[in-house]
Design a protein around this ligand. Structure first.
Ligand code: HEM
Length: 148
């Protein structure tokens, strides 16, 4: 299911839920790309800086599942996709989270058709996430119609 996979990856890229990542600190003096970072410096490795990097994504500020598809419609991995962070302290639950996301997403789409709530227009749907340590979607109304 390459398109479904691409959509799920794009959701995590576009609507990353932990944009500022978890704070880290250097345990020793480090020189990184010419910058000297002393021991015990507080470091915030911003995931949003990679997930929306204009040098890495064709349409960084748009929802565009094609970021993860090649010209034959096959799924492609992208190095700049890192909603679970990177390195030794990256998310320990990545495999479980991905499995759950896949099962929930595909089961919901198999059982329901999602539509805008009656009386609302496309303009009423605002996908700007709420700002905070995590960025959940703003409340919105929609209809889930059981599929026959
Ligand atoms: C969409 C779902 C999830 C996302 C986007 C996510 C993302 C993250 C991120 C960005 C970090 C910080 C990594 C760092 O410090 O560099 C983290 C850490 C962690 N996550 Fe997740 N996570 C998710 C689900 C889960 C689940 C389901 C579990 C466990 C059942 C889990 C367990 C952990 C643990 C234990 C850490 C701390 C790892 C450490 O400090 O060594 N996460 N996660």
């Amino acid at each position: 299911m390459p398109y479904t996979d691409a959509v799920m990856h794009e959701i995590q890229r576009f609507a990353n839920i932990v944009p500022t990542n978890i704070p880290h600190a250097t345990t020793m003096d480090v020189t990184f790309k010419g910058y000297f970072i002393p021991k015990e410096t507080y470091v915030l490795p911003l995931l949003c800086s990679v997930l929306q990097d204009e040098t890495q994504w064709e349409k960084p500020h748009q929802f565009y599942p094609e970021h993860f598809l090649d010209s034959d419609g096959k799924f492609v991995k992208r190095d700049a996709f890192m909603p679970f962070s990177a390195g030794r302290r990256m998310c320990a639950g990545e495999t479980l989270a991905k499995m759950e996301l896949f099962l929930f997403f595909t089961s919901l789409l198999q059982k329901f058709t999602f539509q805008r709530a009656p009386g609302t227009s496309k303009e009423d749907l605002d996908f700007t996430p709420l700002v905070g340590f995590t960025t959940p979607p703003a409340p919105y109304k929609c209809c889930a119609l059981p599929r026959s």
